[in-house]
Ligand binder design. Structure first.
Ligand SMILES: C[S@@+](CC[C@H](N)C(=O)[O-])C[C@H]1O[C@@H](n2cnc3c(N)ncnc32)[C@H](O)[C@@H]1O
Length: 440
């Protein structure tokens, strides 16, 4: 049986070196990387307060999930633990396993294992816990029932997708906090710039009691259909979802009629949420991350572009909330720095009752050019693996590392950073701005 503390997320070494530039404290980055390999110890559900109360949902959940621990917390989320491994999910097991044997369970991170393998798998694998088998090896491939009852698992949450689909929504806590940061009021006109699958859009709709208008955009029609279906399921009627490239909301003659019909004008929205595509480095559990520096560096320019359109659409005095689920300071504090330096905005804190959640943003010492040069050297001329299924090897592009200035101490106090190694949740970042002048 393996020790539960021995696994960690596998990251490209150049990524580790780059993130290390921002993490001064000895061992901090290491503990973040370790935390990423484990799921948070709580699973949270958001109650759909348009259709039920948290007390009634809690009662329903307690009845259905009687073998799990279900708790009410201040925002009404349910906390649930426990889960076993079903036979169809077992890909390989060494010969001779019988019922009631003690086993260690691994994930095949590169999806290379052949189903039915009888010897120990030699490829890359990540340990996820220990358990006891309920059947012999031969039954694994015939049964649909529980094959391994986990005794020391990190995956101890039951599958919650689809449970009371109208009454609740599976969502992590920092995402729930993001919608609260917007402090939407009934009657507001709001834009969610990057909205699919609709988790935050639907939460904002709940918080404004389904009264007002939320324009929810995403890039393609399929993704937008997901938002519409979610809203329908949760009985939300104040959302207008459209397939749009949000960087172009204010561009193009051909969209002029649409803009007029829905009154999409600069300086006209009360609240805007910008939850853009990001490198997702805060998501957990994450066994392996194949991204390299070139991939990592591609996000921030796009986020800044989206920010530009968002801020033009916001009215003076309006609120813009920016959020990501990544640890990368380039996509977090540096986007905030960019916004403060280029647009008429000021940073403000979130609602008082949430101010103790998360911690302040990073302020970092810009390292010497020599240290930065070292990291660049290690990524140059390096060949990186081909994307899955492709025969070709991609040549690593040269990467230019530019560390922009960090936030001032008082600015860092206003943004919220959720650290997987401290907060027992996903890595996340939230900043809230108020627009202070017209941009026309
Ligand atoms: C982080 S996800 C949004 C999650 C969503 N806010 C939620 O809480 O459910 C980012 C989304 O941005 C969308 N996206 C990317 N580029 C976009 C663009 N130019 N315009 C609109 N949506 C875009 C992606 O398709 C993706 O669904």
């Amino acid at each position: 049986m393996q020790d539960l503390t021995t696994f960690r997320t596998v990251l490209d070494p150049s990524l580790v070196s780059f993130l290390g530039l921002y993490h001064d404290t000895e061992g901090h980055l290491e503990s973040v990387i370790n935390a990423l390999a484990r799921p948070p110890s709580v699973t949270s559900l958001r109650v759909n307060t348009l259709l039920c109360s948290s007390d009634s949902l809690l009662k329903d959940l307690s009845d259905v999930l009687s073998r799990y621990k279900v708790e009410r917390h201040q925002c009404g989320e349910a906390i649930i633990r426990g889960a076993d491994i079903y036979a169809p999910g077992v890909l390989a097991a060494v010969s001779g396993i019988q019922a009631e044997d003690k086993v260690s369970v691994y994930i095949d991170v590169d999806q290379q294992v052949h189903k039915g393998l009888r010897v120990e798998f030699e490829g890359r694998k990540v340990f996820v816990g220990n358990g006891t088998t309920t059947m012999s090896r031969s039954a694994f491939y015939k049964s649909t029932g529980v094959a391994v009852r986990m005794t020391e698992g990190i995956y101890r949450s039951p599958p919650l997708n689809g449970i009371f689909p109208e009454k609740c929504y599976l969502q992590n806590i920092p995402s729930m906090i993001t919608a609260h940061y917007l402090e939407a009021r009934e009657g507001d006109r709001i834009i969610d710039m990057c909205a699919s699958p609709g988790g935050k859009t639907s939460h904002i709709a709940q918080l404004m009691r389904n009264n007002g208008t939320i324009f929810s955009f995403d890039r393609n029609e399929n993704k937008v259909e997901v938002i519409r279906q979610l809203c329908q399921r949760l009985a939300i009627t104040c959302v207008r979802a459209f397939a749009m490239d949000s960087t172009k909301l204010l561009e193009g003659e051909e969209q002029q009629k649409w803009r007029e019909e829905f009154d999409i004008r600069p300086e006209s929205f009360d609240r805007i949420l910008l939850d853009p595509p990001c490198s997702g480095l805060g998501q957990r559990p994450r066994m392996r991350e194949s991204m390299n520096l070139v991939d990592l560096f591609s996000y921030a320019p796009y986020q800044r572009k989206l920010f530009h359109t968002a801020i033009r659409l916001l009215k003076v005095g309006g609120v813009l909330v920016y959020s990501t689920c990544t640890l990368n300071p380039q996509e977090n504090e540096e986007v905030v720095r960019y916004a403060l330096d280029h647009f008429p905005v000021k940073l403000v804190g979130g609602p008082q009752h949430l101010s103790s959640l998360g911690s302040k943003g990073l302020t970092w010492r810009v390292k010497s050019e020599g240290e930065i040069e070292e990291i660049m050297k290690s990524t140059r001329d390096e060949h990186i693996p081909a994307p899955h299924g492709s025969q070709k090897k991609r040549k690593q592009k040269q990467v230019k590392i530019v560390m922009s200035e960090s936030l001032k101490e008082e600015e860092a106090e206003l943004v919220r950073r959720f650290d997987p190694s401290k907060d027992d949740g996903i890595g996340f970042f939230i900043a809230k701005f108020v627009k202070i002048a017209d941009m026309r």
